[in-house]
Design a protein around this ligand. Structure first.
Ligand code: ADP
Ligand code: MG
Length: 467
């Protein structure tokens, strides 16, 4: 019954869309809904003139209907991204854009694809290499335009497994790189905070807002200045468990606070934890500060430390981190990989995986401080992948106990302190993946965005450069 009613609702939505946009109806047959996100519904379409052809000979399209409440500037920017960058290097292009009043659709080539969760555990090393190569090629291309995608995740990187085709889609949250300030401000001084809703661009004046509202009906989408999106944070995807299978309790990072940059009152979720106060209070300097503001558009589970720590000058490294999360997912056959529901819990997951010291060092480089209730050594992605993909360790198997987690050696998942995360042995493989794949994951998941590898350099990494 519910399947029926869902179908009925979709049919009604299609009918309504065609009614509002008669030109769409004239050119295309709209068959069914194939995707739905926060800002759009996506339908499968084919040309009316192909109606009599067999399905295999039809040209198929994805018809993205933007929610009518989306800001015109946001839609304009998304279209501009598709026009400027799309159609090559595994980045989606746009064939046509139709508008009538507030009904706007982008018509794009359709790529058949399955859900990531259906193949995440099936990809072998060769397939994963090709997949990551395609993702990083798409990112290198986007980044060469000075654009951050900001929502890199499997549901925005469509994979046609049968034909090994890939498409990076959804530039709805994309953001132009803000030029770096000429004189980098001394660490304690935070740059003038951009308004929370503007994704890093200056706030528009009242007059501009009015003009834009007036333009809303008459907006010509093929012309006009590209403006970055007014981005709303997206909801986390429905998820399974975060998998570190950590024998330890997750660390609980307290507020990001630095003595020089006292955390904002907003950041003091638990006031008693204020690093610059006595127990139970917040110092006057902390209370007087405006909350730090920084873009945080994206999807929970894919946000890097600089976003979680509200660092304002975010770069294309944001996307590279997300690609690292995708790689970690594929190596451990777990999706979603992180599943925290809020930023503080997300920082706790990062502390669990990376270790508290590397996260704290990265935070310090960004002028933030992460305080945790307990130190974490971090988890070894290799051990994690072996454990999650391989047989469970034999019960009772002995071995010298790990000094950190106190588990026998064959059960311990702790990061090896003697070994740098990005070192690898060319001859070794773990859980069927070359050691280099784990080394690349460590470079993509580098907590300090300035030290994180770029998409360009990642493509030269031994894991991806290998045949
Ligand atoms: P949103 O901004 O709402 O997330 P997306 O552009 O990500 O919109 O599209 C939502 C979903 O629609 C995608 O996750 C995908 O399943 C489907 N989709 C989008 N574009 C295409 C396409 N070109 N081919 C096939 N499916 C697509
Ligand atoms: Mg999407």
């Amino acid at each position: 019954q519910s399947a029926n009613s869902k179908e009925d609702v979709e049919k009604y939505q299609i009918k309504e869309l065609l009614h509002k946009l008669p030109r769409l109806d004239k050119i295309f047959e709209v068959h069914r809904k194939i995707g739905e996100g926060t800002f759009s519904s996506v339908y499968l379409g084919s040309l009316r003139q192909h109606a009599t052809l067999p399905d295999s000979e039809k040209r198929w399209f994805a018809i993205k209907h933007l929610v009518p409440t989306a800001h015109p500037a946001r839609i304009e920017h998304e279209l501009r991204c598709l026009q400027d960058m799309g159609g090559k290097h595994h980045v989606i292009g746009v064939e046509l854009c139709l508008r009538n009043l507030d009904t706007i659709v982008f018509i794009m080539p359709y790529i058949p694809h399955k859900k990531f969760s259906e193949y995440v555990g099936e990809m072998d090393a060769g397939e994963l290499r090709q997949y990551m190569r395609a993702l990083l090629t798409a990112l290198r291309h986007v980044h060469s335009f000075g654009v951050i995608h900001r929502d890199v995740k499997p549901s925005n990187f469509l994979y046609d497994r049968d034909n090994r085709r890939y498409l990076l889609v959804d530039f709805g949250l994309a953001q132009r790189l803000c030029p770096a300030p000429e004189e980098p401000p001394a660490l304690p001084a935070l740059p003038a905070p951009p308004p929370a809703h503007s994704n890093g661009l200056r706030k528009r004046t009242r007059e501009e807002e009015d003009a834009s509202a007036a333009k809303r009906v008459a907006l010509d989408l093929s012309t006009g200045r590209p403006v970055a999106t007014a981005a709303a944070p997206r909801e986390p995807p429905p998820g399974g468990p975060f998998v570190p299978a950590s024998p330890t309790v997750p660390a609980s990072p307290a507020v990001p606070a630095s003595p020089a940059v006292p955390a904002s009152p907003a950041a003091h979720a638990g006031r008693a934890r204020c690093a610059c106060s006595g127990v139970g209070g917040v110092c006057g300097a902390c209370l007087a500060r405006a909350p730090p503001r920084a873009p945080r558009a994206g999807t929970q589970g894919f946000r890097p430390p600089e976003v979680l720590l509200k660092y304002p000058q975010q770069t294309t490294a944001v996307d590279v981190w997300a690609a690292g999360v995708v790689l970690a997912s594929a190596l451990t056959a777990r999706y979603p990989f992180f599943r925290a529901g809020d930023d503080v819990a997300a920082l706790a997951e990062l502390a669990d995986l990376l270790g508290t010291a590397p996260l704290q060092r990265a935070a310090e480089a960004l002028g933030r401080r992460v305080v945790t209730s307990a130190a974490r050594r971090g988890l070894c992605l290799r051990k994690l992948a072996a454990r999650l993909r391989g047989p469970a360790p034999a019960p009772g198997a002995a071995g010298p106990a790990c000094t950190t987690c106190r588990l026998p050696e064959n059960q311990c998942l702790c990061r090896d302190e003697m070994k740098k995360a990005d070192e690898f042995s060319p001859a070794r493989s773990v859980a069927g993946f070359p050691d280099a794949a784990f080394a690349l994951a460590a470079r993509l998941l580098e907590p300090d965005p300035r030290a994180r590898i770029s998409a360009h350099d990642a493509l030269q990494h031994p894991f991806l450069a290998a045949d």
